[in-house]
Design a protein around this ligand. Structure first.
Ligand SMILES: Nc1ncnc2c1ncn2[C@@H]1O[C@H](COP(=O)(O)OP(=O)(O)OP(=O)(O)O)[C@@H](O)[C@H]1O
Ligand SMILES: [Mg+2]
Length: 447
């Protein structure tokens, strides 16, 4: 029996007619109206059956609609989950620590950097993660309606880190309360680059100001009190000459440093034989060595392959190292220049090791890692008196970097120092000939 409650009104009327017609057919079977009544009955029963069919179809349609709704809801839920995963993955890829805090000051999201930097995770209270009163005040301001707040913050530790915490307001529409997002930007590298730049400018001005002041002082003296003092004039002119030369060297070294830095990305590829480079440097500095009665010994391994490099720059490296060894070595001592081949090891190619040793006072451990900084000197007065600019080892470091090599310094105070430069060698098998004009410009292979 069809359920009448689910049928439309017309079907209920037909069902009622059918129920009325059936007794009529039975009671007046012989009467002339029996046939008519029978027909009415049939129509009525047919109507009932058709109504039932329509009701079943309606029920099926409604069931299918309900199933469709369920499917849509499941798809929407899947979409929302996927979007949440995408947001998490994207935030995890950001190197800055990010925290999202709701109106109750509970963390609703902490990206990977926040988890490792702040040990934060979703569900924690903000107070259990952040103690800095300025950051907490920034979050309160933002939750109260301010758009953003930037708070500088220092993270203590073995290596101090400087951060700026940007607090931003996240508006989630009228239905939800605003949230605050905390973004920790590490500005340590920026700060140290700023400091280096400022130090560099200060150092250059200082290096130039001192000789310039001394030059003006001597000019005044020569015009005034020493005007007729011949021996004093000659002495002063000699000092002035030395100061002027040092300033010229300083400017030349600064220019050379900036040129090397500008080309540091492109490793030089010309094959350079080491023996002639060393011989030229030793010849050039022989008078300086003689003046300090220092003997210079050269020891170059036989059959040394050429290195991939720039001949002039490698000569500059050797000149700066041998010059230091003579300047800072013990008078009447010995300087040794050696070159030998280091075989390839795993992914490290074969290299030529160039070492310059002296028998000087040596260098205390705390200075070793700073020697290649521009203008860093252990004894600035001594270096300046000898005409030094304090840029020699900085130039060595940048040239070695450009050659994809390495510089190491070993020193025993009281005994002497050894400066070693390792430069990739050219594989004699892969590159048996010097590159001809047509080969130039193609990278040489190194062992
Ligand atoms: N072989 C060495 N023994 C001891 N100290 C050294 C040696 N080589 C360098 N130093 C120290 O390192 C400092 C930096 O050397 P660098 O060559 O950069 O500058 P400089 O020699 O003072 O000046 P410049 O090279 O312009 O003449 C020197 O002032 C010196 O104190
Ligand atoms: Mg030097």
């Amino acid at each position: 029996m069809p359920n009448l409650r689910t049928q439309p009104g017309s079907m209920r009327v037909l069902a009622f007619l059918a129920a009325m017609a059936l007794p009529l057919v039975l009671w007046h079977a012989e009467a002339a109206t029996a046939a008519g009544a029978f027909v009415i009955g049939l129509v009525a029963v047919g109507g009932v059956l058709a109504g039932a069919r329509r009701a079943r179809a309606t029920e099926a349609r409604m069931a299918s609609l309900a199933a469709g709704h369920e499917r849509d809801a499941a798809a929407r839920a899947r979409g929302a989950e996927e979007a949440a995963r995408m947001v998490s993955a994207t935030l995890d890829a950001v190197p800055d620590a990010i925290l999202e805090v709701d109106g109750e000051r509970i963390v609703v999201r902490a990206n990977a950097a926040a988890r490792s930097l702040l040990s934060a995770s979703a569900g924690m209270t903000l107070l259990s993660i952040v103690r800095d009163p300025d950051i907490l005040a920034g979050v309160e301001d933002v939750l109260a309606g301010r758009e953003t707040a930037d708070i500088p913050f220092t993270l203590p530790g073995p290596v101090e880190r400087h951060l700026v915490v940007h607090v931003l307001r996240l508006d989630l529409g009228a239905a939800a309360r605003s949230r605050a997002m905390l973004l920790y930007r590490d500005v340590t590298a920026l700060r140290s680059a700023d400091r280096l730049r400022a130090d560099f400018v200060a150092n250059v001005s200082h290096e130039l100001r001192t000789p310039l002041a001394s030059l003006s002082g001597f000019v005044e003296t020569l015009r005034g009190p020493a005007r007729d003092d011949e021996p004093a004039r000659l002495r002063f002119l000699e000092i002035m000459d030395g100061e002027a030369r040092r300033m010229t060297r300083l400017v030349a070294d600064l220019l050379s440093l900036s040129r090397i830095e500008a080309s540091e990305h492109a490793a030089p590829i010309e094959p350079v034989e080491i023996a002639p480079v060393v011989a030229r440097v030793v010849d050039m500095l022989a008078p300086v060595a003689r003046a300090r009665r220092i003997s210079v010994a050269v020891d170059i391994e036989a059959g040394l392959p050429p290195v991939a490099g720039d001949g002039d720059q490698l000569q500059q490296v050797m000149q700066n190292l041998v010059d230091n060894a003579i300047k800072y070595g013990r008078a009447e001592g010995q300087v040794r220049v050696s070159a030998r081949l280091l075989a390839a090891e795993g992914s490290v190619p074969a290299r030529v090791a160039l070492a310059v040793s002296d028998t000087g006072d040596g260098i205390a451990r705390e200075h070793l890692h700073r020697l290649t900084e521009r203008f860093y000197r252990i004894d600035p007065g001594r270096s300046r008196r000898m005409g030094g600019t304090g840029l020699g080892l900085a130039i060595v470091k940048h040239i070695v970097n450009r050659h994809r090599g390495a510089l190491s310094i070993e020193s025993t105070p009281g005994e002497g120092s050894t400066f070693t430069v390792r430069i990739p060698a050219i594989d004699p098998v892969a590159a048996p000939r010097r590159p001809s004009e047509d080969q130039r410009g193609q990278p040489s292979s190194t062992a």
